[in-house]
Design a protein around this ligand. Structure first.
Ligand code: NAP
Length: 448
């Protein structure tokens, strides 16, 4: 088929940032190569687009969430059709059908699994993975319903940005939270809980943390929160010339806390306390019939080869809520080739096989900020368009793409939900309030 005359038909599975960036890259790059504008169908299992921007980014990070309005411009392009509420692998949407309906399919389904701690007690009530906890506070339709109950102390395990998000939301005051897009039930839970102590627990030191300095500073300077860091854990760290800006910034931010006697600008009567515990790894989550009551953590150190080893010194951390924020993991997607070790689809420069491609976290794992997916999507699209020049792709079955797409919800359906959420936001004095349940979302979508 001559693609100089017939536009390329491409399906993208996953309408998060990676999928939308891939669509934009196709729209930009095809004309540059003298090709007509491709026809793009962007599928998502949910009725709402934007993936992690809507369901992963913390509600109080409105500037990151605002990326959605840029992404929306791609979805509104006349060559792009958003198809919501259709899951690849369901009876309505099978991989062989997609292959027959399109010249090429790009998978941008992200990482919907989680890394586990692999220690006793992980199944206790009150122990959540960050994937579950983040889905809950962002009102993902498949999230568990989480009650913070009578918990007075919470432990967050991991030193990544997600751990900081979780700790910050637990420590934020009501005024701060009300300005976000949190749904009403989640807002109620986060403003009425009894948690006064949050333990941030890392198995290595501040110099090894994965989080970024801006996010760390934001947590350390929450109003009314006293921050405790063992001074020895940061003050003894001499600046290392091999540290990059981020690591130096992190150590400096924590040293600022460690330098003052165990706290930074301690509020006269702190509303809550953040305890930063480095070089400790969880070994046992302890519980009773009512759920988790605490965890045992073991002091660690790095041996001369740089390997993390336990010292046998144990510390008890009381916690009736534990969130393990130790990373996301990709899951196998239908019968596509999958690398169990990395939790990603097997690919070569983004090519999974003839006519099938991957971009985003499903390609490279759960690393990088939202913007990292842009260059990644461009690279995959480049591979796709290069292939086009050297491969004779089969002609899609006429009408099949339309048949598949017509089973899903539309961009207009999403716009009605969007309008309903904005209207709710206006009544709370913020930009948007997420509608919590599938029923409420259905109602808003079908409202005239
Ligand atoms: P992450 O950045 O990979 O951090 C995971 C943390 O968990 C690391 O500190 C890691 O420690 C620790 N860990 C892993 N296994 C552990 C175990 N068995 N026991 C104890 N600790 C363990 O993952 P993430 O926080 O989920 O973030 C995922 C991606 O999303 C990152 O690229 C992040 O930057 C991005 N993100 C960005 C933002 C933002 O920009 N505001 C917000 C949220 C997420 P080791 O280093 O010792 O392995």
């Amino acid at each position: 088929m001559n693609h100089l005359i017939t536009p390329l038909r491409v399906a993208i599975v996953g309408a998060g940032p990676s999928g939308i960036y891939a669509a934009q890259a196709l729209l930009d790059e095809a004309p540059r190569r003298g090709l007509p504008t491709p026809a793009i169908d962007l599928y998502d299992q949910l009725p709402a687009p934007f993936g992690l921007v809507r369901y992963g980014v913390a509600p109080d990070h409105s500037s990151i969430k605002a990326i959605a309005s840029t992404l929306a411009r791609t979805l509104e392009h006349p060559a792009v059709r958003f198809v919501g509420s259709l899951r690849l692998g369901s009876s309505q949407l099978q991989r062989p059908q997609m292959q027959r309906a399109y010249h090429a399919v790009i998978y941008t389904t992200g990482c919907s699994g989680e890394t586990t701690l692999g220690i006793p007690g992980e199944a206790l009530g009150g122990v959540w993975s960050s994937r579950q906890f983040v889905s809950w506070y962002n009102s993902h339709p498949d999230s568990p319903s989480i009650s913070l109950g009578q918990a007075r102390s919470a432990a967050v395990i991991g030193l990544g940005n997600v751990a900081l998000d979780v700790a910050r939301l637990l420590l934020s005051d009501a005024e701060r939270l009300r300005a976000t897009d949190l749904s009403e039930p989640v807002l109620h839970e986060l403003t009425h809980h009894q948690i006064r102590d949050v333990w941030l627990i890392g198995r290595r030191g501040p110099q090894h943390a994965a989080f970024t300095t801006k996010e760390l500073r934001e947590l350390l300077h929450l109003p009314g929160v006293q921050v405790d860091v063992q001074p020895s854990e940061v003050l003894e760290l001499a600046g290392d010339p091999t540290w990059d800006r981020r690591v130096s910034g992190n150590v400096a931010a924590l040293s600022g806390v460690g330098a003052s006697p165990r706290s930074t600008n301690p509020p006269p009567q702190p509303r809550a306390r953040l305890h930063c515990v480095f070089f400790h790894r969880p070994v046992h989550l302890q519980g009773s019939h009512s759920g988790v009551v605490g965890l045992q953590v073991e002091r660690t150190q790095l041996d001369p080869s740089g390997t993390l080893v336990g010292t046998g010194q144990l510390l008890h951390v009381p916690a009736q809520l534990v969130v393990s924020a130790v990373g996301y993991r990709g899951l196998p997607l239908v019968d596509l080739p999958f690398d169990e070790r990395t939790g990603t689809l097997r690919h070569e420069q983004g090519r999974v096989g003839p006519g099938e491609y991957v971009a985003g976290w499903a390609k490279r794992g759960a690393h990088g900020v939202v913007g990292t997916n842009k260059s990644d999507a461009c690279a995959t699209v480049s591979t796709l368009l290069d292939d086009l020049a050297s491969t004779d792709l089969p002609t899609p079955e006429p009408g099949l793409a339309d048949q598949l797409a017509q089973q899903g919800t539309t961009y207009a359906d999403w716009q009605r939900l969007d309008a309903a959420e904005r209207a709710l936001g206006a009544s709370r004095g913020c930009q948007r309030v997420t509608l919590p349940g599938p029923e409420q979302r259905r109602e808003a979508r079908s409202a005239a």
